[in-house]
Write a protein that binds this ligand. Sequence first.
Ligand code: HEM
Length: 125
Amino acid sequence: MSTYVILKHLHMTTAYLTVILFTLRLVLDAVGRPGWRQTPLRWIPHANDTVLLIAAISLLFVGGWNPLDQGWLMAKILLLLGYIAAGLFALKLTVARPVRIIAAVLALFQVSFIFHLAMTKPVLF
Ligand code: HEM
């Protein structure tokens, strides 16, 4: 298997895991189990997201992708920033519940859009 294929598998696996781990933490909060913050679930998503990003950046280098030439990649980067920001609000206990719900919906919408862009690679510019 080529380096590119291995990196892409790693990137895709961690991409699915980021959604699963984010949703799991939202559900635990929603059912009144905020104690996950005192378990490995506190750091596992960060470790996963770090691998996701390292694999993404490696794909750019190994695959010769340039976000300035590929609109869908630039859009992914911007949406990733939005996903991170909304995700932070969604999981912050000190933030009012309605705001956290809106932030959770926004985060899930943005990460779904990232998947859509990754799979369809539309020509944006
Ligand atoms: C939460 C963030 C991200 C998610 C959920 C995600 C998801 C995915 C998925 C599912 C694929 C596989 C698409 C396919 O079926 O072919 C993919 C491919 C890829 N992603 Fe990401 N991605 C994310 C962030 C990024 C970032 C920040 C970059 C770089 C700027 C990036 C660069 C790439 C590249 C270069 C490919 C390979 C395209 C190909 O070979 O077909 N991704 N991504």
